[in-house]
Design a protein around this ligand. Structure first.
Ligand SMILES: [Zn+2]
Length: 343
């Protein structure tokens, strides 16, 4: 393990202790977000929190190291236990969430497959939304359906035709196994592009939530993504020409971006992995976002971050528990799936 990675894990563990959380709370005044239009309206529309969970293989190990689907696509516990642990937290607060599903779950068989299907059916029954989440390089069900191996995560490594049949195949897998039609989408590692926008429109999607305003990463590998030119935090229609252009508005796909913020020069997402900064980010948006229309505050986490290898709950579930309890105290805060929030 590299030194920066070890330091990151050390910092993560410290900021999840009581002292670390207290420190973050004291520093929460330094959380800010560019591009929030100041509210002038007296009667503010509701502030909607949309919890989104990218649902994949993997787990959190004892040292808080994340085992992701890419390194272990058959760690199916990330689906069945991950979903179960998130469901139990969400039902405690009666919160409906959007689960962006990697169709890799359909490559499971036997008992794993039954456990996964059971959890997915419960999600639907309980009023959560299931969207499509695309990781071509670690989705064994997708690769088997298309009879092809894929080596990159990001859309930019595929041509328009390939992207179209990748997205169509993902949608068909969900339909085949769950008898529902997904209309919301997030590209794995946020790595959407304009060809993906065209494919989403062709395949009947209505919402994308891949955008992470002001953030880019992995510039030199197959997980590259770039939203650094975007500072918009309000929904817009995605461009079919330049996916980072928020002014074109020339597709039918509504982008509902993930909430992002700045903290001492770091650009971060509204993610319980950031410990008490998630609540600080919420406070910043709640106070400052213009609300002549309802504002949608999108929080991101992962199914795998809800479970250890033995199925027990993680620190991330604890942070989200505290966050939901905080957000529930505000009278004009609602919780909604992305699909319902759009309407
Ligand atoms: Zn993912």
């Amino acid at each position: 393990m590299s030194l920066p990675y070890q330091l990151k894990i050390k910092a993560y563990r410290f900021f999840n202790t009581s002292l670390g959380k207290l420190m973050l709370k004291l520093l929460s005044g330094f959380v800010h977000a560019r591009g929030l239009k100041k509210s002038k309206v007296e009667n503010k529309a509701p502030f909607i929190v949309s919890v989104t969970i990218d649902t994949e293989s993997g787990f959190v190990d004892k040292n808080d190291h994340r085992v992701w689907q890419k390194s272990n696509p058959s760690a199916y516990i990330g689906f069945y236990k991950g979903i179960e642990n998130w469901r139990s937290l969400l039902s405690k607060y009666n919160v409906k969430a959007t689960f962006f599903l990697s169709t890799n779950c359909f490559s499971a068989d036997g008992e794993d497959y039954s456990k996964i299907i059971k959890q997915l059916r419960l999600l639907i029954k309980e009023g959560h939304e299931i969207g499509l989440h695309m990781h071509p390089d670690s989705d064994l069900a997708l690769q088997s359906l298309l009879g092809k191996r894929f080596n990159a995560t990001s859309a930019k490594f595929y041509n328009e035709k390939e992207i179209n049949y990748i997205i169509a195949a993902g949608k068909n897998l969900i339909k085949k196994h769950l008898k529902i039609s997904a209309t919301s989408f997030r590209w794995g590692n946020w790595a959407l592009n304009e060809d993906a926008v065209k494919a989403l429109q062709k395949n009947g999607f209505r919402i994308d939530s891949s955008a992470t305003p002001e953030i880019k990463g992995h510039q030199n590998d197959s997980m590259a993504y770039d939203w650094s030119k975007v500072i918009e935090h309000y929904p817009w229609r995605l461009s079919r020409v330049d996916y980072q252009d928020t002014k074109h508005q020339n597709s039918k796909i509504v982008e509902i971006p993930i909430a992002t913020f700045n903290f001492f020069g770091l650009k971060l997402r509204a993610d319980p992995a950031n410990s008490a900064l998630l609540a600080a980010c919420f406070d910043c948006y709640y106070k400052n976002a213009e609300r002549s229309k309802p504002f949608i505050f999108v929080v991101i986490s992962h199914s795998i971050e809800g479970t250890h290898q033995d199925g027990s709950k993680t620190k991330v579930i604890g942070v989200m528990d505290e966050f939901l309890s905080h957000a529930k105290k505000f009278r004009d805060v609602r919780f909604s799936t992305l699909d319902k929030a759009r309407k």
